[in-house]
Design a protein around this ligand. Structure first.
Ligand code: XMP
Length: 528
């Protein structure tokens, strides 16, 4: 399941740019399968993979610096079309004999560009449009065989092309939404120039994957850690369709789930639900609270939750006995290896279902390993998993443990669960009303992620005639396209006031309601 073969594909070579996953997502939006690989991928391997086209990403380096990531000119001699983006464009120019230099004027952000619309890359593209730029070097002269195919006020070669060798380059980033014609340009390359037919469809993925799983698993037994999140749910249902009774799913309730979530997961996947998963629920709430008692440091909390999750899962697995395969809901963003190695760890993210050490299994199965989140959702809907489960907002593995600042206790979990349920209920109600009055369109303020968190602040209040000294809850709602950056959603004030009133009146232990308006960066989405 590690590789998808017999599928028309594109390759993206990663030179350390920040938008690389976005390039892959855009290519897949063209219904074309693509993979991201480090720039060091050997030529031999590329030949074997037989891609329809190659895209070179951007990156933070200068092509003429001694230790910058490079490729040989042989890459451009494979007869495979290549599109260089930003650093990738400069690299193409540099390697093929053009000149790259420090630009007299760096361009950053929205930049008007003029392109030569006679070429294939800019077919049906507006001659003048806004693009997203981020460069301090530029292509000063194009290599032999190339023609400049676009310019900006300060950049004479914003695009270049050698159609006879099917080599193309753009200085701007067509993958980001701020490049108005960007998607059309990428599509022209992928479909028009590389000749992809667009055969990457989720319904055929489901059929092919079920068949492949059956073949690989044979009569073996499979164990799956089910968190109730989108990825592990979709993986479990795929496996259940493939091997039915040979699958056992273990759901560990760590007591850090949202209100009623454990019961909801059980209702869908348990014995009364519509899937044959051999569902086992482990109620380990007390165990987790005991382990977390007195712990306030965020990384330590994350570590304990991740570690204990695996230990509890292991204990259950041992009761089941020997299994042949361990299944995980790993998805593509978790496996992409950066071309330039890992960046700094801000938080040690983990998905529940990390790898146990003492479970007796032969192999790991990751049926969603090559899919992006939106593709996993499509697969989930294809499989008939309820939309409210498939399309729900992300919920971190450590759960409410990282939405309670400081020590986690059963009492605090209850408080944040109640406040969070009210916030989500009211926000979803307001969004539903908006949609009804606006022909089904989403309100512009609809957040991608929204929740209540418990601060470690207590403050004085007055209720009835008495003094209170209670907790403060923080409401967090953000809009984000990739969860790497985020901005606070501008929720209607009337909604916020209503939520505040309900929380303070209905949730015992809270006397203050704060709104977290911070962007990411500098803040992160979760509070810990
Ligand atoms: P941050 O807080 O880093 O979160 O801005 C970015 C996105 O990642 C989610 N998140 C996690 N997801 N395990 C997960 O599966 C984790 O440990 C974890 N920590 C954060 C967060 O909810 C947001 O969507």
């Amino acid at each position: 399941m590690a590789e998808i073969t017999n599928q028309e594909k594109m390759i993206i070579l990663d030179f350390g740019g920040q938008y690389n996953q976005l390039i892959a997502r855009r290519v897949r939006e063209c219904q074309v399968y693509c993979e991201i690989h480090p720039y060091t991928l050997p030529l031999e391997r590329i030949r074997e993979m037989n891609p329809k086209g190659i895209i070179l990403t951007g990156g933070p380096n200068s092509v003429y610096a001694a230790d910058s990531p490079v490729c040989g000119k042989e890459l451009f001699e494979l007869g495979i079309p290549v599109l260089g983006i930003c650093y990738g464009a400069q690299l193409m120019a540099h390697v093929l004999g053009g000149k790259v230099a420090t630009a007299p004027v760096s361009e950053y952000g929205r930049t008007p560009v003029t392109v030569d619309t006679r070429g294939e890359l800019f077919r049906d593209v507006n001659e003048h449009s806004i693009t997203w730029m981020s460069h301090t070097d530029y292509i000063a002269s194009v290599p032999a065989g190339f023609q400049a195919a676009g310019h900006t006020q300060n950049c004479p070669v914003a695009a270049m092309a050698d159609p006879s060798r099917r080599l193309y380059a753009v200085q701007f980033h067509p993958e980001v939404v701020h490049s108005e014609e960007g998607f059309k340009i990428l599509k022209n390359f992928v479909i028009g120039i590389c000749g992809c037919t667009g055969d990457w469809q989720m319904d055929s993925f489901v059929d092919k994957t079920i068949a492949a799983l059956r073949e690989r698993i044979g009569s073996g037994r499979v164990l799956c850690a089910l968190s109730g999140g989108v990825d592990s749910s979709v993986a479990a249902v795929l496996l259940s369709k493939a091997v039915g009774e040979q699958l056992t799913c273990v759901f560990v309730d760590h007591g850090l789930l949202r209100k009623d979530e454990g019961d909801e997961v059980e209702a869908v996947f348990g014995p009364g639900g519509s899937y044959r998963l051999n569902f086992i629920r482990v109620n380990a709430q007390q165990h987790f609270y005991e382990k977390l008692a007195g712990v306030t440091e965020p990384e330590q909390k994350r570590h304990i939750i991740g570690e204990e999750f695996i230990r509890v899962f292991e204990r259950e697995a041992k009761k089941i006995g020997k299994v042949d395969f361990l299944a995980q809901g790993t998805i593509y963003p978790d496996v992409i290896e950066s071309g330039l190695g890992d960046s700094a760890t801000i938080k040690s993210h983990h998905n529940v279902g990390g790898l146990p050490e003492h479970v007796d299994f032969r192999e790991i199965i990751e049926p969603l390993r090559m899919l992006f989140k939106d593709e996993v959702r499509k697969v989930g809907l294809q499989l008939g998993i309820p939309e409210r489960l498939v399309c729900r907002q992300p919920f971190p593995g450590p759960g409410l443990g990282i939405r309670i600042i400081g020590e986690v206790t059963a009492e605090k979990v209850k408080i944040v669960q109640e406040a969070d349920a009210i916030f989500r209920e009211e926000l979803e109600k307001a969004a539903g009303e908006w949609r009804e009055s606006a022909n089904g369109t989403m309100p512009p303020w609809m957040p991608d992620q929204y929740f209540a968190a418990l601060t470690n602040m207590r403050s004085v209040g007055v209720m009835g005639d008495g003094r209170t000294y209670d907790h403060a809850v923080a409401l967090r709602a953000v809009q984000t396209s990739d969860f790497m950056t985020a901005e606070a959603a501008e929720l209607p004030w009337s909604l916020m006031k209503h939520v505040m009133n309900r929380i303070i009146n209905e949730v015992k232990g809270i006397n203050r309601c704060l709104v977290d308006l911070s962007s990411k960066p500098a803040a992160t989405i979760e509070l810990e």
